[in-house]
Design a protein around this ligand. Structure first.
Ligand SMILES: [Zn+2]
Ligand SMILES: [Zn+2]
Length: 373
């Protein structure tokens, strides 16, 4: 009986109450409710504000944030579970804000990744199918365009002047390439406070009321606006520990057996072909199915180079390591992604590969040959 009480006790431990924080938003914002770690300035009570997450309403009733070095932006999307937000320019000219140099430092937010863009000023009648003219930066005589390409063809060099080259927190467009209109919202993420686990369980984070600024996970009672800490969170934890201690060895066992069987099976089936493939790779003679020639550097340069932000989120579909050299991507490393399949690699790794083989080493997709600018 005492044994049973030991396990049940945590279910009845009284939890500290969640201090009351107003849940609200701006009149013209569809983002409801604004909640921890964000808060609206007019409700800036001490226990509800996490440093750097203060939002405000613009005169038009839109939700906005002011970044210490880059000024005011509208907040379009907040995803509390994956901890990112999308921001836009209140004056609907995001390229202008990016041209001024976007700098989220001094805030809790980081850009996901950067691409070096060159802004060019060209005569109004200059046309090039590769570029979208940025209307809000252009006037009756000059068209402003932006590109991540560095190697310009003669007509561009002759007609256009470089305004500035600088890193831009770019987004992949729907087609997988980097947009030249730079009109997509800027994607920012945050890592502290880390409430992803709490949000994933349907809870919300907040300060505990014991005054020591500790963050707890609370039940999300949106309508009453007064969340209470998850009463069973401790009980849940104990249950998880027990479940985990039983399930983990069982899963580990199953995985071990599975991997062993898989290895044995693969060895049997692919013993010969794998070795041949490796030898071909070393000798540089591996031929893709549909492309027999490597690409020249000018063509390779038409695929954007991406500089990873602190969050090391990869802009493509693969995970956080380079499929060629197998090492993990780290912050500020330069990647290149193949637009057609969105596979990303270290720029140095994929450049060497594409010079010998004109297709993606992962999926064999042949990048379309973009016209050089
Ligand atoms: Zn690599
Ligand atoms: Zn691919």
């Amino acid at each position: 009986m005492g044994f049973l009480a030991f396990f049940l006790l945590p279910f009845f431990v009284a939890s500290t109450a969640y201090s009351f924080c107003p849940i609200t938003t701006c009149t013209n914002s569809t983002l409801t409710p604004i909640r921890f770690p964000f808060h609206l300035d007019q409700h800036n009570t001490e226990n509800c504000s996490y440093p750097g997450f203060n939002l405000h309403c613009t005169d038009q009733g839109h939700l906005a944030i002011t970044l210490p070095h880059s000024g005011e932006f509208l907040v379009r999307v907040i995803n509390y579970e994956t901890q990112f937000m999308l921001i836009d320019d209140p004056d609907s000219c995001l390229p202008q804000r990016l041209l001024e140099g976007f700098d989220p430092s001094g805030s809790p937010f980081q850009a996901e990744f950067y691409v070096n863009y060159t802004f060019l000023s060209c005569p109004r009648n200059f046309t090039n199918a590769r570029f979208t003219v940025i209307d809000c930066l252009s006037n009756s005589t000059r068209s402003v365009i932006a590109t991540f390409l560095t190697d310009f063809t003669a007509d561009v060099s002759r007609s256009c002047q470089i305004i500035r080259t600088l890193p831009v927190p770019a987004s992949l467009s729907g087609t997988g390439g980097f947009t030249s209109s730079l009109s997509e919202d800027v994607w920012l993420s945050w890592h502290v406070p880390d409430c992803q686990d709490c949000e994933a369980r349907g809870g919300v984070c907040g300060y505990q009321s014991n005054g020591n600024q500790q963050i707890g996970c609370f039940k999300n009672l949106q309508n009453s606006g007064n969340p209470q800490q998850e009463h069973n969170s401790k009980g849940l934890k104990v249950f998880r520990i027990i479940a985990f201690s039983i399930a983990f060895p069982a899963i580990a066992c199953a995985v071990g057996v599975g991997v062993f069987l898989c290895i044995v099976d693969r060895r049997d089936r692919h013993a010969g072909t794998q070795e041949n493939r490796a030898l071909q790779l070393i000798a540089g003679t591996a031929q893709p199915l549909d492309t027999t020639m490597g690409l020249d550097q000018a063509t390779i340069d038409t695929y954007a180079k991406v500089v990873l932000g602190e969050s090391r989120r990869v802009p493509g579909v693969n995970d956080g390591s380079c499929p060629i050299c197998l090492s993990d991507f780290s912050a500020k490393e330069t990647l290149r992604c193949i637009p057609e399949c969105k596979h990303c690699f270290h720029a140095d790794c994929i450049d060497e590969w594409l010079k010998m083989n004109g297709s993606c080493p992962l999926c064999r997709t042949s990048p379309a040959h973009h016209a050089q600018v």
